[in-house]
Design a protein around this ligand. Structure first.
Ligand SMILES: [Ca+2]
Length: 337
C-alpha cells in the first residue's frame, strides 16, 4: 500500500510544475501538517473548498492515531474531495523523544470516527515529509504552515534547516491552551503529545499564530449545524455533519451548548476569514519537564519578546456559516463504486 508509485523525477522539478500550474493565483500557499483525525478531516475539506488557499500538500504526523493510519486517512480525505493532485507525504511515526499516545477515544480506532471511507486510490508521495517542508519553504515565497497535529514534523524540519524559520510566512497552528487543557488539566493533546517539538517550534523565531483550546472550545458545532450541512446534499458537508453529530461526545456543561469543538478547522477558517477571530500578541513557552504541568503552554501577554499571536475568541455563528457555505458549495461528488 505504501510502496512508492509514480516516479517523481526530482522534488524541485515537481514543485516547479506546481508553481507554473498555479501561476497568477493569489491564494495563500499552504502546507497542512495533519494527524487525521475527525476535526483534521473537516479542516482539510474546508481548505480544499476555499479558493483563498492553495493547498500545496498534506504532511502526516502520528498523533490522534499512528502511522500509517494518519497517512491512509489523509489520502482518503483527498479522494473524498476529488483531489488526487494534492500530494500526501509521510512524516514522523512518533514524537521526538516520547512514545506515541493516540486519541482513539475521540477519533475512533481508525481516526475518522468510524466513517468507513473507501480505501485510498493511490499511495503517498515518495518524498519524505520533512524534506518536502524544507524544500517547499525554501523554494516558494510566502508559504504558510498549518500544523494541526503534534509539532514533530515542523520541529524536525526546523532542526534540519534552521534557515527556513525566516522563510516561513507564518505557522498557524492548533495546539495548547492558556486557561485550560484537555488531555490533562494543564495541557492540550497536540502539545502534550510532543512537548519537545513544540518547544523547538515556539523557540524558532518563526511567526506563530496559536489556536488553542481558549478559542477552539468556543468553536462548537452541534446538531443544528449538522442539519444545515446535510441540507446542502454534498458529500463533503455530509461527512462533516457525521463527524459533528456524535452525541456521545457532546459536553454542554463544559462548552455551553451541545456539540463538539472543531479545533483544527479554526486554523483554516482563520486563514480564510481572519475577522472571525480575536487574537493578542504574547510570549508562549512550553513546559517540557515531566509532571502534572507537562505540555502546558505558558503565556505572557505583555511580553517584551512576543513570539506568538494567541487566538482567544471566535464568532461561532460566523465560523459555522463559513463551514456550511463552503462545504455546501462543493460538487455533489458521485459515490465511488
Ligand atoms: Ca489534528
Amino acid at each position: 500500500l505504501f510502496a512508492p508509485i509514480a516516479p517523481v523525477t526530482t522534488l524541485r522539478a515537481w514543485l516547479q510544475w506546481r508553481e507554473i500550474r498555479y501561476d497568477g493565483a493569489m491564494a495563500i500557499p499552504l502546507i497542512i501538517d495533519t494527524d487525521p483525525g475527525t476535526d483534521d478531516a473537516i479542516a482539510i475539506l474546508l481548505a480544499f473548498a476555499s479558493p483563498e488557499l492553495e493547498v500545496l500538500g498534506l504532511t502526516t504526523v502520528a498523533g490522534n492515531v499512528g502511522q500509517p493510519a494518519v497517512t491512509d486517512n489523509a489520502l482518503r480525505i483527498c479522494d473524498l474531495a476529488g483531489r488526487p493532485d494534492v500530494p500526501v507525504l509521510i512524516g514522523a511515526a512518533a514524537p521526538l523523544s516520547r512514545p506515541l499516545r493516540s486519541a482513539t477515544g475521540i477519533h475512533g480506532i481508525d481516526g475518522l470516527g468510524g466513517l468507513d471511507l473507501p480505501p485510498p486510490s493511490r499511495a503517498p508521495a515518495c518524498v519524505d515529509a520533512i524534506e518536502y517542508i524544507v524544500e517547499t519553504v525554501r523554494y516558494r515565497d510566502g508559504v504558510v504552515l498549518a500544523p494541526i497535529g503534534p509539532l514533530t514534523n515542523i520541529a524536525l524540519a526546523l532542526r534540519r534547516a534552521p534557515d527556513i524559520a525566516r522563510r516561513i510566512a507564518r505557522i498557524e497552528l492548533m495546539g495548547g491552551g492558556i486557561a485550560t487543557g484537555n488531555v490533562t488539566r494543564a495541557a492540550e493533546f497536540n502539545i502534550h503529545a510532543d512537548p519537545e517539538a513544540a518547544a523547538i517550534v515556539f523557540g524558532s523565531g518563526a511567526a506563530i499564530t496559536m489556536y488553542g483550546l481558549d478559542v477552539t472550545h468556543k468553536a462548537i458545532l452541534g446538531p443544528g449545524d449538522a442539519v444545515a450541512l446535510r441540507a446542502t446534499r454534498t458529500a463533503a458537508a455530509d461527512i462533516a455533519a457525521r463527524l459533528i453529530d456524535r452525541p456521545h461526545l457532546f459536553r454542554p456543561e463544559r462548552y455551553g451548548r451541545p456539540g463538539v469543538p472543531v479545533h483544527d478547522a479554526c486554523v483554516v477558517a482563520g486563514l480564510i476569514q481572519p475577522g472571525l477571530f480575536d487574537a493578542r500578541s504574547g510570549r508562549v513557552d512550553i513546559v517540557t519537564d515531566d509532571g502534572d504541568q507537562l505540555g502546558r503552554t505558558r503565556a505572557v501577554f505583555e511580553s517584551s519578546a512576543p513570539n506568538s499571536r494567541i487566538v482567544e475568541n471566535v464568532d461561532r455563528d460566523g465560523f459555522a456559516a463559513l463551514l456550511i457555505e463552503r462545504l455546501g458549495a462543493t460538487p455533489r461528488w458521485p459515490a465511488r463504486g
